[in-house]
Design a protein around this ligand. Structure first.
Ligand code: FAD
Length: 400
């Protein structure tokens, strides 16, 4: 791979920056930086602005109405958006479901769902994990039994992010108990307003409500809402989970933490000297810089392999290494930011839905950072737990 600066990528970055400067309304910007969360109507508004620009699906190929950007351009776009503090897009729809619909859905299903994804008018959640079926997803037990032109779905999902505000869910169900477990799974699209669906919150240590338990009690789903053939669910899931490894480290977020922790270290607190003068603190920051540079290079390598459509075990192993090292660094850096805040802990742990308070000291770097640090505990679990990633690396290295 080539480590020379890519001038065309730099020009692309400038275009994205100019767009964000001109088109990102100030009332939508900066919530993440301020430690508050964007409510759904703001996400929809931002999605509408992106769509106007022709960037409604930044991660999709041109043939599917996307931007056709390559992996490095997509990463640069994400980084600029994080730096500008845009609301996030509906990642479930954009990065997971969208590519599945484009690859496997019927023309009717595409006509029904794709325009809503571009316009941000239908929010999706992912109904895969169940109690006892997380890493071993193929053991899932939620049943869908055929009854004429409907399936009747019974069972429970867990850890369903944003189910409480989603309009639809993409769901894995068991349609056949007689075959090998992977072969008995199907992929359904379900309207969350269908009778029989109950969503219960799981409150997490970051004081936010992202997670839920989702129950299905005799939920009738039209057979026309099945993507692919009956029993294709596992094939579709493998396609969906294979889509993007280069983003697993969340490089834009790591860069944001770096900016925060250096700003904090340089800041003087009254008469006390700036922390950067403390050799231990300076050494730790230098270590983070070095690790961040290594992660950024690994992202480039993984992106280059993705661009080349390399799905070999070695390429997967690199993606897994990136996931482990990137998420561990997220945890250590966010902890260091909170540690550096010392007495300003309460500013760092505000109610996430509250608007930013007036002029609290350190608010520009502190607010929401403790919530963020607690949330990042989960990053070594979601998207494939670290132990499972280590298994992938070992199998690739030792050809098990
Ligand atoms: C914040 C968050 C958001 C999530 N959002 C969603 C969502 O929107 N939709 C959804 O469907 N799911 C979601 N999940 C669930 C997530 O995919 C699972 O938590 C994850 O797959 C792990 O499964 P599990 O929790 O059942 O743990 P388990 O699979 O039971 O694992 C328990 C422990 O055993 C270890 N382990 C398991 N298998 C192996 C193995 N083969 N080798 C070595 N060690 C192993 C694990 O590493 C872990 O330490 C979310 C999870 C989190 C934390």
């Amino acid at each position: 791979m080539d480590f020379q600066p890519d001038l065309s990528l730099e020009a692309f970055r400038q275009d994205v920056r100019a767009f964000l400067r001109d088109q990102l309304p100030s009332d939508l910007a900066g919530r993440l930086r301020e430690g508050t969360r964007s409510p759904p109507h703001e996400l929809k508004r931002w999605q509408g602005i992106l769509n106007e620009q022709g960037w409604g699906a930044p991660y999709w190929p041109k043939a599917h109405g996307g931007t056709g950007w390559n992996v490095l351009q997509r990463l640069a776009f994400d980084e600029e958006c994080t730096a500008a503090g845009t609301p996030t897009q509906d990642t479930g729809a954009q990065k997971l479901l969208g590519p599945v619909l484009n690859a496997f859905a019927t023309p009717e299903q595409k006509a029904e769902h794709l325009p809503h994804i571009f316009n941000g008018t239908r929010f999706w959640c992912q109904g895969f994990s169940e109690p006892g079926s997380g890493s071993d997803l193929a053991s899932l037990r939620t049943q869908a039994v055929r009854d004429g032109d409907h399936y009747v779905v019974n069972g429970q999902k867990i850890w369903t992010s944003h189910a409480h505000r989603a309009d639809w869910i993409f769901l894995l169900v068991r349609t056949n108990n007689e075959v090998k477990k992977q072969a008995g799974i199907s992929f359904l699209l379900v309207d969350m307003k269908t009778p029989g669906i109950t969503v219960r919150p799981i409150h997490t240590i970051d004081a936010c409500h992202h997670l839920n338990e989702t129950f299905f009690d005799n939920v009738r789903v039209p057979v026309a809402n099945r993507v692919g053939e009956e029993g294709d669910g596992w094939k579709i899931t493998k396609f969906l989970l294979n889509n993007e490894h280069a983003t697993a480290a969340d490089l834009p977020m790591l860069r944001r933490y770096m900016r925060q922790l250096t700003a904090l270290a340089r800041r003087r607190n009254g008469a006390a000297p700036a922390r950067i003068g403390n050799p231990q603190c300076a050494q730790q920051i230098a270590r983070f810089e070095a690790e961040l540079a290594a992660i950024a290079m690994l992202v480039q390598r993984v992106a280059a392999l993705e661009q080349a459509q390399d799905h070999s075990p070695a390429a997967h192993a690199l993606g897994s290494i990136l996931k482990i090292r990137g998420t561990e660094l997220q945890q250590r850096m966010s902890s260091f930011v909170v540690e550096s805040l010392g007495d300003y802990g309460p500013v760092a742990f505000p109610p996430p839905e509250a608007e930013a308070a007036e002029a609290l000291p350190m608010q520009d770097v502190a607010r929401g950072m403790a919530n963020e640090m607690f949330f990042r505990r989960a990053s070594t679990i979601y998207g494939g737990a670290s132990e499972v990633q280590r298994g992938i690396i070992a199998r690739a290295l030792f050809q098990l």
